[in-house]
Design a protein around this ligand. Structure first.
Ligand SMILES: [Zn+2]
Ligand SMILES: [Zn+2]
Length: 264
């Protein structure tokens, strides 16, 4: 099975899974490698602590990497929550610690997490527009990330307010975002986590993945966003077939923040 490059453990405030359990599951699924990417959202106000104790995280993950070296290629990354105000912090973190891979994700807009109703009440009809505008300004401001995480994941929450979001409706700003990451040599993530929670398509949806390919996008990382072992690598085979139909021949994994291409 494809290598999973988006995995959470108990080092993330919203998971209590021991990293050993994710490793065992990866071995059971026949993966040759994985990349841990626990949350590091700096300077946010939330009920959940999304900050990361990086020294403790690296110590544990490096010990596991060594312990399983003959069975599984373990890579150590983070999922960095991008905000315009956190550029200095994130640049410093990327310089200070030798991560294999950094996913840049937008989890907060105007300091609010779309997971909660407060975001909808505050933003209203600009629900998706505000999210994509924030994403664009964040990726322009930040350089300390390798792949743009779950580009349209906010559809997971917008649906409950009856708000639909297609590529067509937001194509101008989505194209601008895709162009920005292609020009800057960043990857796009194909995140299958939503498929375990009732969505029909990965994030971003196939229309956006197709558009990325048409625009010349090649770097594509694959992640399940598993917070528990049962969703590790979820729907990878099914999604891999669709990605090939769209025209991708390779997916990308990172070591030492450098891309490596593997066949789909
Ligand atoms: Zn995320
Ligand atoms: Zn995640």
């Amino acid at each position: 099975m494809y290598i999973d490059s988006h995995i959470h453990t108990g080092f993330s405030g919203d998971s209590d899974t021991a990293p050993e359990l994710q490793i065992k599951q990866a071995l059971a699924l026949g993966m040759s490698g994985i990349c841990f990417t626990d949350h590091d959202d700096h300077d946010v106000v939330s009920d959940v602590d999304f900050g990361l104790d990086i020294p403790r995280y690296l110590e544990k993950m490096r010990a596991l990497k060594e312990e399983y070296a003959d069975r599984l290629d373990i890579r150590i990354g983070i999922e960095s929550g991008l905000q315009e105000k956190t550029v200095v912090y994130q640049d410093g973190t990327a310089d200070k610690y030798a991560f294999d891979f950094i996913i840049g994700s937008i989890h907060f807009v105007d300091g609010l997490d779309p997971y909660y109703d407060e975001y909808y009440h505050h933003i209203g009809d600009r629900y998706y527009t505000a999210y994509y505008e924030t994403m664009l300004s964040c990726i322009k401001a930040h350089d300390a990330f390798d792949s743009l995480g779950h580009l349209d994941y906010i559809v997971r929450y917008g649906k409950k307010y009856g708000l639909e979001c297609s590529y067509k409706q937001y194509s101008d700003i989505i194209d601008t975002i895709l162009k920005e990451i292609i020009t800057r040599g960043k990857a796009l993530e194909c995140n299958t986590g939503g498929l375990a929670r009732g969505l029909d398509e990965p994030n971003p949806c196939y229309d956006i993945l197709k558009r990325y390919r048409e625009m010349g996008g090649e770097l594509l990382t694959l992640g399940s966003d598993a917070h528990t072992p049962d969703t590790l690598g979820v729907c990878f085979d099914q999604v891999g077939e669709r990605l090939k139909d769209i025209g991708f021949r390779y997916y990308t994994i990172y070591r030492g923040r450098k891309p490596e291409m593997l066949p789909l």
